[in-house]
Design a protein. Structure first.
Length: 376
């Protein structure tokens, strides 16, 4: 039915797929009520101030939606800051002390090198979870899946931290209550937050880097960290260790993207082949975006290396710089000109050199204290 005498009014509502966006308006047009009698038509006549009410409602809805669009970013930033305080993990935190606490909490049930690997994984999970949570509210980049992943990682770190501290230092009621509240919020936030349920640019980019292959570099680096700790070589800081590891992951991500582009251009990857890499063929990212991404990843790795170089004494830097240069060159010529080693049967040799001696020696040189660094 159409209402007689109703002025044009506008309504807004949340889209069911992407709640952070607003659909345009639908309009109730003026018209005559097509009833059977004039009496019924007369009884349907609406007050003359209805248009004013609609205008006020429209204005209130606009203000409400404008405020609600700021709720998620504010909640995410506040949660991240709270997490930084609650977890007690910072770049300056002593890595060895954290390993000592975990070893003591387990009562010697696990060897110290294994505890070092576990502690390092949690140290990496902390900044990664914070990054995911912050990205989740950015349009086109984040979505509910990214927020859920970040919240889960942060909750895991908080539970780990409070459990170890409670066993080693005794139960702190206030810390337990704060941690329980934080974990509850991290469980609820992804469910109630009005963020996109659509595709995420971050997830598409992550798929193009082939994250399932990162274990090839992460496991050797974890073994290196455990070995250094076992030898009594103190790692300078959690921040430095995480910085080095993430930079090497970026180098591998860049190499994977260059590999996908090279295989696509050379015709190795085809749509009708079950073994082809579908990174380019599926259109996850445009070719230009893949080129830019690989270049940015390489540049980021170079910046981290330059930052870490100041902590390496000259004798070790003279060796380490050539190891790094060799790793970068091999990651490029693995499938890219002028000598694509993968296509002439030398791919396994390159993989061994990059993920074996190059990665482990480079991390040992970067992370240990100059007076203690040694490779035996």
């Amino acid at each position: 039915r159409q209402w007689p005498g109703v002025s044009t009014a506008t309504y807004f509502w949340r889209d069911s797929v992407t709640p952070s966006t607003y659909v345009d308006s639908f309009t109730v047009f003026q018209g005559e009520y097509s009833g059977d009698s004039d009496a019924e038509s007369s009884s349907m006549t609406r007050p003359t101030h209805r248009g004013t009410r609609f205008s006020q409602l429209n204005k209130s809805l606009r203000i409400t939606f404008a405020l609600s669009s700021c709720i998620e970013p504010l909640a995410v930033v506040t949660s991240t800051a709270w997490f930084a305080i609650l977890s007690g993990m910072s770049p300056s935190m002593n890595f060895s002390e954290g390993v000592d606490d975990l070893t003591a909490a387990l009562g010697g049930g696990l060897p110290r090198p294994i505890c070092a690997g576990i502690h390092w994984i949690l140290c990496v999970a902390a900044p990664l979870g914070s990054l995911c949570l912050l990205l989740s509210v950015i349009p086109t980049l984040g979505n509910r899946t990214v927020m859920t992943a970040g919240a889960s990682l942060m909750a895991m770190v908080v539970v780990y931290n409070v459990a170890v501290n409670s066993i080693v230092s005794g139960c702190d009621t206030l810390q337990l209550l704060q941690s329980a509240l934080f974990v509850l919020i991290m469980r609820v936030l992804p469910r109630v937050a009005m963020v996109s349920d659509g595709e995420s640019g971050c997830i598409r980019w992550l798929i193009t880097t082939r994250p399932w292959s990162f274990t090839a570099v992460l496991l050797p680096l974890a073994v290196t960290a455990a070995t250094l700790d076992w030898w009594g070589i103190e790692i300078k800081s959690v921040g430095r260790a995480t910085e080095v590891v993430l930079s090497m992951v970026l180098l591998q991500a860049a190499a994977n993207q260059m590999n996908s582009l090279a295989d696509w251009r050379s015709g190795v990857d085809k749509a009708d082949s079950a073994t082809s890499d579908m990174t380019v063929l599926s259109g996850l990212l445009p070719v230009k975006a893949l080129v830019i991404s690989s270049a940015v990843s390489l540049a980021t790795f170079a910046v981290v290396f330059a930052d870490c170089a100041g902590d390496v004494d000259e004798a070790y830097f003279a060796i380490d710089k050539w190891i790094v240069i060799m790793g970068v060159v091999l990651s490029i010529i693995y499938t890219v000109f002028p000598i694509p080693l993968k296509y002439i049967g030398l791919g396994d040799v390159v993989v061994f050199m990059c993920f074996g001696p190059a990665a482990t020696h480079s991390r040992a040189y970067w992370e240990g204290r100059p007076a203690e660094r040694t490779m035996g």
